[in-house]
Design a protein around this ligand. Structure first.
Ligand code: VLP
Length: 134
């Protein structure tokens, strides 16, 4: 059975998010607000098609993609920097490479037990987040 990321997930922990935001060039005031947030992710997975809605009281972000198909990502409401993104499987992990102005930008999602993990990468910074099923 392939892994199914579908569901509603609530943030329970976030490590090094501040440095990740700094690497993305997020300004001080925005970082102070953003680090207090407890975003919720709603993921829909149908075959190789995904949508990920990340919602918070401050900003929200929506992305949809098909595995292996490059798409233009606008990062609206985040750092607003456009990039070319592609998501592939690495065994049961979802790996996104975001090619643009920032080196080494991307993220990885995986599931362990009833927890969703997210590693966010930008330049030399890695943020690790854990989400629990709502
Ligand atoms: C910007 C950096 C906080 C901080 C300011 C706004 C959206 C994988 C992937 C799917 C992400 C999330 C990236 C978060 C970057 C914050 C607003 C927080 C809520 O998720 O699930 O897009 O890349």
């Amino acid at each position: 059975m392939p892994v199914d990321f579908s569901g509603t997930w609530n943030l329970v922990s976030s490590d090094n998010f501040e440095s990740y935001m700094l690497a993305l060039g997020i300004d001080f005031a925005t970082r102070k607000i953003a680090k207090m947030l407890k975003p919720q992710k709603v993921i829909e997975q149908e075959g190789d098609s995904f949508s990920i809605q990340t919602t918070s009281t401050f900003r929200s972000y929506f992305v949809q993609f098909k595995i292996g198909e490059e798409f233009e990502e606008d990062n609206k409401g985040l750092d607003h920097r456009k990039c070319k993104s592609v998501v592939t499987w690495d065994n049961d992990k979802l790996v996104c490479v975001q090619t643009g102005d920032k080196k080494n930008r991307g993220w990885t999602h995986w599931i362990e037990g009833d927890q969703l993990y997210l590693e966010l990468r930008c330049e030399d910074q890695v943020c690790k987040q854990v989400y629990k099923r709502a």
